[in-house]
Design a binder for this molecule. Sequence first.
Ligand SMILES: N[C@@H](CCC(=O)N[C@@H](CS)C(=O)NCC(=O)O)C(=O)O
Length: 252
Amino acid sequence: MCRLSLKPFHSDGVADTDMIDLHTVATPNGHKISIMLEEVALPYKVIPYNIFEGDQFTPEFLALNPNNKLPVIVDNDPLDGGEPITGFETGAILIYLADKTGRFLSTEARARYQAIQWVMWQMSGLGPMHGQAHHFIRYAPEDIENRYAHDRYLAEAGRLLKVMESRLAEEEYLAGDYSIADMACWPWVRATALIDISLDAMPNIRRWFENIKARPAVEVGSNIINDFRKRIVNSDKVPLTSEQWSVLFGER
Ligand SMILES: N[C@@H](CCC(=O)N[C@@H](CS)C(=O)NCC(=O)O)C(=O)O
């Protein structure tokens, strides 16, 4: 169902139209949405961005997301038949796609709020705290001030995993049934290997992780444009040149 656009959006516009255009990067946030698109089997086209070169700051992209972050979707065939709908923020995109397809988010009020609650938890906790842990472990210069932040975010990343571990001791998936809440969290749990957090002492997360990993849609969706990322950065651990670091973390 996925097609890779060979033409970056900013160079020449999107040439042809699929139902969904997915402007994205090979990161946990990007993979949340490619996993969902694979799960619901909507036709979509991937438009890869090189955020190390500043693709996210072009006027064309800022018109889609003034917050200059990936991923973004453009739904060229919205349910109301109107103009294309653009969406940013992965939690909102997941809810949008679930509502559009009627899948992976219950319409029954209690179950729906359970799932949305865990999506919000991911968006406000697991994602940002793990994101900061990745920053201070993998990208920030080593010095004493950064050591404080490094330890702080690593501890918080671990605490949030313990919350998840307790929840998954009670339920098979975060909201009972497999839902967008699991799709929001799974790519971030996969990325814990990059910040040297072991899941060995978390048997319920491990069981949940392996069950989701075995899903064919997750296999495809969580690998979307990984090859593109490998071409633009050197390695997972110390990936950035000073120019790339400045584009991504310098003041803009
Ligand atoms: N809360 C946002 C986070 C998105 C985000 O941080 N995206 C990163 C890639 S994972 C990005 O686009 N970074 C580019 C930049 O910061 O300039 C979401 O869930 O969509």
